[in-house]
Design a protein around this ligand. Structure first.
Ligand SMILES: Cc1cc2nc3c(=O)[nH]c(=O)nc-3n(C[C@H](O)[C@H](O)[C@H](O)COP(=O)(O)O)c2cc1C
Length: 141
C-alpha cells in the first residue's frame, strides 16, 4: 500500500499540496532591525524547501511593529520590506512546496521584552495594537 503521507492533498481553497508533510510555524527572530526578511532567513527556507514537505508555514509575521512576539520578527505593516518578503517566499517555494505566511496576533504573544525593549530604532507610546483577524483571546470560551 502506498504511504498516504506522500499522496497529494487537494484543499477546498483550490490548492493541491504535493504531499501531507508540513513544516509547522516556528518563531525565527531572524529579521533585520527594520523587521524585514534577511538573506539568512532565505537560506533557511531554501534548506527547508528541499526537505520534500508539501507545505512550509513561516514563523511569526507581525502586523504591528509596536507589538512583537520577539525582537527581529518580520513585520508587514506598510509597503516597506516587500522585496525582501518576495525573496523569502521565492526561497520557500523553490523546491515546489507551498509557502504560507503565519500572521501572528500580537496581543496574545507580545511580552514586555519584545514591546518595550525590542531591537528597533524608534520607540512608541502606542497602547493599542493591530491584529490580522478579530479573534478574541479567550477563543470563544
Ligand atoms: C506564528 C506561529 C509561530 C509558532 N512558533 C512556534 C515556536 O517557535 N515553537 C513551537 O514549538 N511552536 C510554535 N508554534 C506552534 C507550532 O507551529 C505548532 O502549531 C505546534 O507545535 C502544534 O503542533 P501539532 O498540532 O502538530 O502538535 C507556532 C505557531 C504559530 C502559528
Amino acid at each position: 500500500m502506498t504511504n498516504p503521507l506522500v499522496q497529494p492533498l487537494a484543499l477546498p481553497c483550490g490548492v493541491t499540496l504535493a504531499n501531507r508533510l508540513c513544516k509547522a510555524a516556528m518563531s525565527e527572530g531572524m529579521a533585520d532591525v527594520n523587521n524585514n526578511a534577511t538573506p539568512r532567513l532565505e537560506a533557511l527556507y531554501r534548506r527547508w524547501a528541499v526537505s520534500d514537505a508539501g507545505l512550509l508555514f513561516s514563523g511569526n509575521i507581525q502586523v504591528d511593529p509596536d507589538h512583537l512576539e520577539r525582537p527581529l520578527n518580520i513585520v508587514v505593516h506598510d509597503e516597506s520590506g516587500q522585496e525582501q518578503l518576495a525573496r523569502l517566499a521565492a526561497a520557500g517555494r523553490s523546491g515546489g512546496a507551498q509557502f504560507w505566511p503565519s500572521s501572528a496576533i500580537p496581543a496574545a504573544r507580545s511580552t514586555q521584552l519584545s514591546t518595550r525593549r525590542r531591537l528597533r530604532p524608534r520607540w512608541s507610546n502606542s497602547t493599542s495594537c493591530a491584529a490580522p483577524a478579530s479573534i478574541s483571546r479567550n477563543h470563544g470560551r
